[in-house]
Write a protein of this length. Structure first.
Length: 127
């Protein structure tokens, strides 16, 4: 099966270490994304809700570039630095993007490589 990179417009490919997304057949795999505001280059705040919302907006851009949408997301994996503390805030933002018929999901506690990042989210969607 062919592997196609999914790269949103405006992405500086010379600085890419990973593909934002990869399409294979009718599946799209989106790389782990933190709550970094691309315009400012800064995290979207110091709280879980702001960072989670920005991470989801970043993923939305990749989904749209791939020709998919939130209603076609089938699996979400989330990594939280403070899993117990931030779980409720993450759930609140998650429900904004999936108000009904949510996808399968895993949420785990993890150390995230980017300093100050509280959350990293990856997902799998269909076309």
């Amino acid at each position: 099966m062919e592997k196609l990179l999914v790269i949103p417009e405006g992405t500086d490919v010379s600085k890419m270490v990973i593909a934002p997304g990869v399409r294979s057949g009718d599946l799209i795999f989106l790389s782990g994304t933190v709550g970094l505001d691309r315009a400012s280059g800064q995290l979207a705040g110091s709280g879980i809700e702001a960072q989670a919302r920005q991470a989801m907006l970043n993923l939305s851009e990749v989904l749209e570039t791939a020709g998919s949408s939130w209603d076609k997301v089938i699996k979400v994996t989330c990594f939280l630095v403070h899993a117990r503390r931030d779980f409720a805030g993450w759930n609140k933002v998650f429900k904004e993007f999936f108000p009904q018929d949510p996808p399968a999901r895993t949420t785990v506690g993890a150390d995230i490589a980017m300093e100050g990042a509280l959350i990293e989210v990856e997902l799998i969607a269909t076309l």
